[in-house]
Design a protein around this ligand. Structure first.
Ligand SMILES: [Zn+2]
Length: 382
């Protein structure tokens, strides 16, 4: 059952995965969906009974925030001529961190993701606006048509594990997979961009999008490196691709909602962008670590925490916020992060580190200890 559910979810283009950054293609590969194309709606109708059985309506009490935000967003959504959908929000109670949209207008949020958004209307808006944008953009159909065009021009597509594949078609199929990966990553960034516009119109500050991306990235500590042809851009790539849209949609938001606190999503959240830390070896067992930070909407201070994790990989998973509070294992520093180019410097020696562990991550947490962002720390070599 679990496998069935996952394969159904994959058909609707998963939204939130970590993958390798590659340059985007721009708009040139965006296919147009012909008016008479119906396979997306037919597939949605075929899979609907199974998806309904595995999910519950969000209207139920504890997902009320999500339901209210969804209603506000779809109220602002403009459907292209000829596209008919029935908007509905459903929750898949499996504890996973994902969300996906069916072409028929049903958006599914897995309960781990729903819990991450909690009672924050802004975080719900960041999740839902992206999925609504996939439906409006008919992205399932665009992806299907692009894949078909690769197949007809390039017989080797999606046969990477075919034992009979010859070396020639192997390289063709590799190229086709890379092309499809790039196309899908572009669909994701386009959905982020269209979602930002929808959020600004409906009254949710665009800064909730990077805030959500950073929370999801923080959940991925110790994740295995992604594959070259992965279908989703990594969080850093998304931030980079969206930086201009964050600014323009923030201006749009302020124009429409001059009293930010009175907007449906309330004041924008604290957002911290952490660049890749720079490590310099200072002596036989001493290192200087510099972490460039940029903070938005911050009135107080944030804390930068270097986390030491057990060298045993199985113990580095399931990071809880508790483990960030363990004063013996982590090194921390407070900052007001007032400059647009704040750099936090740590001097570390191997004596600071608990035995059998290594420094793995940099976390930035707010004054209540809630995680704002995370970045990997390069390995400290002797
Ligand atoms: Zn997506």
């Amino acid at each position: 059952m679990e496998r069935d559910r996952n394969s159904v979810a994959c058909l609707f283009a998963l939204s939130f995965c970590v993958v390798l950054a590659l340059p985007s293609l721009g708009q040139q590969n965006s296919s147009i969906v012909p008016n008479n194309f119906k396979l997306d709606m037919e597939t949605a109708a075929r899979l609907r009974p199974q998806l309904m059985e595995q999910s519950i309506p969000a209207a139920a009490g504890r997902y009320a925030t999500g339901q209210q935000v969804f209603a506000k967003l779809v109220g602002q959504a403009e459907l292209p001529a000829g596209l008919k959908v029935t908007w509905e929000l459903r929750i898949v109670e499996d504890g996973m961190l994902n969300s996906y949209a069916s072409p028929d207008g049903t958006v599914y949020v897995e309960s781990g993701m729903a819990q991450l958004a909690g009672s924050s209307a802004g975080l719900w808006a960041a999740i839902l606006a992206h999925e609504i944008a996939h439906v409006i953009g008919r992205d399932w159909a665009r992806r299907y048509l692009y894949q078909r065009s690769l197949e007809s021009g390039n017989a080797g597509i999606i046969v990477l594990d075919d034992p009979g594949t010859s070396p020639g078609s192997w390289s063709d199929s590799q190229k086709a997979s890379a092309d499809l990966g790039r196309f899908c990553r572009q669909l994701e960034v386009d959905a982020d961009r269209a979602g930002l516009m929808l959020m600004a119109r409906a009254g949710y500050h665009p800064d909730f999008v990077p805030a959500l991306h950073h929370l999801l990235h923080a959940e991925e500590s110790g994740a295995t490196p992604s594959s070259l042809n992965a279908m989703h851009p990594c969080w850093e790539e998304r931030d980079r691709e969206l930086s201009a849209a964050y600014v323009s949609e923030s201006i749009e938001f302020d124009h429409r909602w001059p009293e930010r606190y009175a907007s449906p999503g309330g004041n924008p959240p604290i957002v911290v962008f952490a660049d890749e830390p720079k490590v310099r070896r200072m002596g036989s067992s001493q290192w200087e670590i510099q972490i460039p930070l940029r903070c938005q909407n911050l009135a107080g201070a944030v804390e930068v925490v270097l986390r030491a994790a057990s060298a045993h990989p199985s113990l580095t998973r399931n990071l809880s916020e508790d483990s960030l509070e363990d004063a013996n294992e982590n090194v921390r520093q407070l900052t007001g992060c007032t400059s647009p180019k704040t750099t936090i410097t740590f001097l570390l020696s191997s004596a600071d580190r608990p035995r059998n562990s290594r420094w793995t991550d940099v976390y930035v947490v707010d004054s209540w200890g809630a995680i704002l962002t995370r970045t990997d720390l390069p390995k400290l070599t002797r």
